[in-house]
Design a protein around this ligand. Sequence first.
Ligand SMILES: [Zn+2]
Length: 531
Amino acid sequence: MSLFQPDGQTTHMPRRAANGWRMLCCPMHMAAMMPMGMGAAVAVPPPSEPPPSFVDGTAPEASLWASRGDEHTWDLFQVAAPGRWVVIRGATVWPMTGDQPLPNHDILVQDGVIRAVQPSGAALPDAALVIDGAGKHIIPGLADNHVHPPLMHVSTMFASMFGPQVTGEDLQLPYDLHMFLYLTGGITRIQAMAGSSEDLALRESIRQGRLRGPSMRVASPVIDGYPLVWGAHISYGVGTPEGGRAAARRLKDRGFNFAKPYTRLSLAAYDQLLEECQALGIEVTGHIPAAVPVEHALRKGQRGVAHVFEYFYNDTESERQNLDMMARRARLSAELDVTVQSTLTVSMMFEYDIGHRPDGFQAAGVFDPVLRHLMRPGGPIVQMFSGNPQFVAQGTDCLRHSIHMMKALKAEGVRIVTGTDTGTCNGTGPHTIHDELEWFVKDVGMTPLEALRCATVYSAEHHGESAVSGTLEAGKRSDLVLLEADPSRDIAATRRIKGVMLGNAYIHREAMDRGLERAKAIFAAMPVPAA
Ligand SMILES: [Zn+2]
């Protein structure tokens, strides 16, 4: 299988292109490609390609799963009627506008918006719904800026692995429950990083209130060169430089929030893509293609980097040790106001896949049986990775190098945002945003509040929503999390969630646990062999 571009763009190859592991960065992606022979299904572009060759699939309005609404979760939220006040009383509030908390304060909410944050004891509005905040710490809702929700288009691909009778429907957690899992982890904002029609439909259902879930941004399908890394269901295949421009126009028409360039895009097509995005006012956040030098990408206008390891994955081991070079890249990122998604979780999981970190994947805590099956020791993903010397070489110490790069980015004041690159969110289980935050503190050297800022304030900036969210102040959306411990003392407190408010709806701990049990029961009934 040739790694070269079909349109003759072979000049920055082949060493960079040969470093294939990073294309397989996240477990759901890895899983997705298993039945597809590593994207070989779309190995060459059609002969007379009208670029790009994206297959749009189901129209958003036709997605049955997204339109099913909230039948599994509607009773788990306590919802305030329009105009009715909600007061969280007597809590320690961390507004995230500075480093100081507001002890013994009330948060007054109406119609999903914070109207006031004031010292306890003042008169409260009549007939308010009161939530006891005594002894609790309140932070803004958290963001996972790099997720891959396993929606129907993904489940359908897995199905054939589990027998001829198994369908995608058999492996699908209802969307409202899936979104509920994010909320139980304190996550009120997500960014789906390989867009599809299903993701667009889900975003629309959340916007319209058919189901409750985190506010959601959706990347374009990955804008890739040939042979595609993934299937056409999540790819814009771009075989010519002009295809880069066409992809930009297409993603804007379809309503994706930003462009996500991908690994095999040629340098010429990349340049055209970025120029067209600039002309159309489209943000570019994604991988740095193998054929594109890091500094070129940044100078060309790529404002978001989808993994911290994008900064070094094409380098040799000795280049990775070149701290001056990494510092230079970090400095340039700061100058150009680049935002970087951390994805330390998947750096670690990649090390697990290659056998470098045998205990890295905590299967027991993972709800989703498909993921457990695929990731089990000796399972298909582990075998494929650990059996490939090149993957092993590239993945060794991926987390350690990522942490070095994080330190360099932090030292230069680059905006880092939390992202896990995982497909499922397991409430407070393993491989979640909470692990990511703990690495920020324990390994990167951030204070707990600096880490929290990456998941709140900076994430809102990254989404262009600073005016309406990311902090706890009057006028901001009431997306917030009640914790039973002080997160400024120990970041692990973000796991100890007592309640989550999403606009005008509140989830008590007890309702969270009921929702988690429902999700577990559906997962347990899926026709997947025990790991
Ligand atoms: Zn990813």
